[in-house]
Ligand binder design. Sequence first.
Ligand code: HEC
Length: 126
Amino acid sequence: MEYSRRAALAAALTLSGLSLSLTPAMAQDVNAGKQVFAQCAACHTATAVNGVGPGLLGIVGRKSAASPGFRYSPAFKRANLTWDEKSLDAYVADPQKVVPGNLMPFSGIADAKQRADLIAYLKTVK
Ligand code: HEC
């Protein structure tokens, strides 16, 4: 009894926290983008923690190959990009075109709307 009431309270707090942190106009895109991020989450966290791929905390506005402790490929070490909406969009569309020879085993997302939603979500990850 006590436990389920606490669980319900925790769930209610989590939900209200989420709705407060998103403005209504962008909520849909960010939520859709979070779903798209599921494709990345096998290798990337939305935190500073590195996995198979580098942690993506603060990726929008970050220099490329800048996650502390991650062993980037020579291709990425040479890339010298600043990740903004444009470069991320191009990279997620076709990773090998933007950073030739990189070791990210992912072929890209062809759908422009999915990429835009994903980047809207990545902007909230900071
Ligand atoms: C199967 C694993 C895998 C998947 C899936 C994957 N990545 Fe990666 N990603 C990597 C690896 C590994 C690297 C580093 C590659 C290198 O050093 O050549 C990387 C690098 C990156 C970088 C460069 C980060 C930096 O610090 O400069 C970005 C941005 C990125 N991935 C975004 C994404 C996004 C967005 C998705 C989903 C659409 C995704 N990745 C899916 C493994 C993955």
